[in-house]
Design a protein around this ligand. Sequence first.
Ligand SMILES: Nc1ncnc2c1ncn2[C@@H]1O[C@H](COP(=O)(O)OP(=O)(O)OP(=O)(O)O)[C@@H](O)[C@H]1O
Ligand SMILES: [Mg+2]
Length: 237
Amino acid sequence: MSVLSQLNVIRVSGLTKRVSTLEGSLTILSDINFSVKSGESVAIVGASGSGKSTLLSLLAGLDVASQGDVHLDGEALSKLDEEARARVRAEKIGFVFQSFMLVQSLTALENVMLPAELAGDHDARAQAIELLEKVGLSHRLEHYPSQLSGGEQQRVAIARAFIGSPKILFADEPSANLDSKNGHLIENLLFDLNKQNGTTLVLVTHDEQLAKQCQRILHIEGGQLEKISEGVTANVG
Ligand SMILES: Nc1ncnc2c1ncn2[C@@H]1O[C@H](COP(=O)(O)OP(=O)(O)OP(=O)(O)O)[C@@H](O)[C@H]1O
Ligand SMILES: [Mg+2]
């Protein structure tokens, strides 16, 4: 791995996403360029429909670009097939989906254990219990997603993203469904992970306070990167 790729754990160049619709081709993201350094925290903000979730999916290799590329920890995602991108995700990434994406047939505990079990981690159960305790859900281990509130499902999804201590954590509106107490709990968890483990944090949020806690803020408007501003913690550490 080159020194450059170690420094910039995410490198985005000319990233463009088009989809075909009944009305013709629609450009959702247009020529996005930026880099994220290892250990950095970055917020992505913008109006509803501006392309934030699409960008996050492309960064994590969950979706493929129409043009341009994402280099993730030195690997060009456009050169990888679906299986190879899944491997990169399993090895390096935690992802919190806007819609949680929990497996409905598994309990909270089993959902959190799943990525670690797939990675062959013998310690999956203990790790998952510890993480569910951290998100305040030790009393809901055996509940299925349908038996959990929206905010509880969100916290299970966050615990799942944390398991295996990923190098990069992507979170799409991680505190959107939470009350202020649980919102703070999750924010503290995210930034603790960022500071203690050096996890690179990229999160989409409508919460200005949360965005400002990040070192940099990317402003997306109509599928374009309008500007990059500094958060309040930019000069700390
Ligand atoms: N597969 C698709 N086909 C057609 N249009 C799409 C598709 N995926 C996304 N879009 C459109 O692209 C735009 C960006 O969607 P995206 O989900 O990235 O927005 P967002 O910024 O995350 O919004 P929100 O804040 O509401 O979550 C939206 O207008 C959406 O309707
Ligand atoms: Mg979204």
